[in-house]
Design a protein around this ligand. Structure first.
Ligand code: SIN
Length: 294
């Protein structure tokens, strides 16, 4: 009987929403909400579930762009992507589309959003409008668990290091501008390549400003350790990139039209799987401003 009683260290139960974990490492599906009509108490529970699970998902949502923006603005000010143009009638939202004739997709590498900015995006949300019959899932990795699993010696050494994170232009063939400017891709014409490369130095061990937990803050924008050459940095950088995406730290979300994912870039990476060529996928993406990592 005592096993059925809640321990005082366990999180309080949710009263307005259901929260179902989708993997051991992270990620929870939230039920019982209509995001177009959200009251403050329900929002507070969603916010708590988000902090506890790194990424949360909703199903069966129907929202106008204005309602979607209204939900987004509960999380903070909108972060405008420095390279990508928003929709003509809704510049704070940008559309991610892969058509039946395209072969490349957006976000097809492990990354945390806008790590090359001094103040990277805190949160990103994606609203699925059209999805392939199968494929086009998104994977997420928990950067708290990646930090926790490091040895004490490695944690101590990394605590003194910063990374140097670069914007996409430097990635040449993998960069968004190059990817989406050629070959009839639907993103062509919507990309506004920056006049100068963007970059920012951040601590590789980041403390989450809301939970106080430490995370291994690394992603594909991480080019090298600050103050070191690329050659010096690469063995450790590559090791940590591999470590951060160990399957035990991840979850995978299968989209349907009306699904929404909302992830915390301060403690997670994500990866858009490109396994649905010949089918169409269309999503609406909004990012929320963050603060300077410490
Ligand atoms: C992204 O990296 O923001 C895109 C993720 C996705 O389309 O699944």
């Amino acid at each position: 009987m005592s096993q059925l009683l809640r321990n005082s260290t366990e999180p309080a139960p949710y009263e307005r929403i259901t929260v179902s974990r989708i993997a051991g490492a992270m990620g929870a599906e939230i039920g019982g909400v209509d995001l177009a009509k959200l009251d403050d108490a329900t929002f507070a529970e969603i916010h708590r579930a988000w902090l506890e699970n790194n990424v949360v998902f909703f199903r069966g949502q129907t929202m106008t762009p204005a309602q979607y923006l209204g939900f987004a603005k509960r999380w903070g000010d909108i972060h405008l992507h420095p390279y990508m143009k928003g929709m003509a009638d809704n510049p704070e939202i940008f559309e991610i589309v892969k058509t039946e004739t395209e072969t490349k997709n957006f976000g097809n590498r492990w990354h945390t959003d806008q790590q090359f900015c001094e103040e990277p995006a805190k949160a990103t949300m994606l609203y699925a409008l059209e999805t392939p019959a199968a494929g086009g899932d998104t994977m997420f990795a928990n950067l708290y668990l990646a930090y926790d699993a490091l040895s004490d010696g490695m944690k101590q050494m990394l605590s003194k290091l910063k990374t140097y994170n670069m914007g996409d232009r430097k990635y040449g063939g993998q960069g968004r501008a190059e990817r989406y400017n050629g070959g009839g891709d639907t993103m062509a014409g919507r990309v506004a390549p920056p006049k100068e490369d963007m970059n920012a130095a951040h601590p590789i061990i980041r403390t989450h400003p809301e939970t106080g937990r430490k995370a291994l803050y690394i992603g594909s924008h991480t080019d090298r350790f600050d103050g070191m050459t690329k050659e010096e940095s690469d063995p450790l950088r590559k090791y940590l990139m591999q470590h951060a995406r160990r399957p035990e730290f991840t979850c995978r979300f299968r989209w349907q039209p009306g699904s929404i994912a909302l992830w915390d870039n301060r403690c997670s990476q994500h990866y858009a799987i490109n396994d649905y060529t010949g089918q169409r996928r269309r999503m609406l993406r909004i990012t929320i401003k963050g603060d300077k990592p410490f």
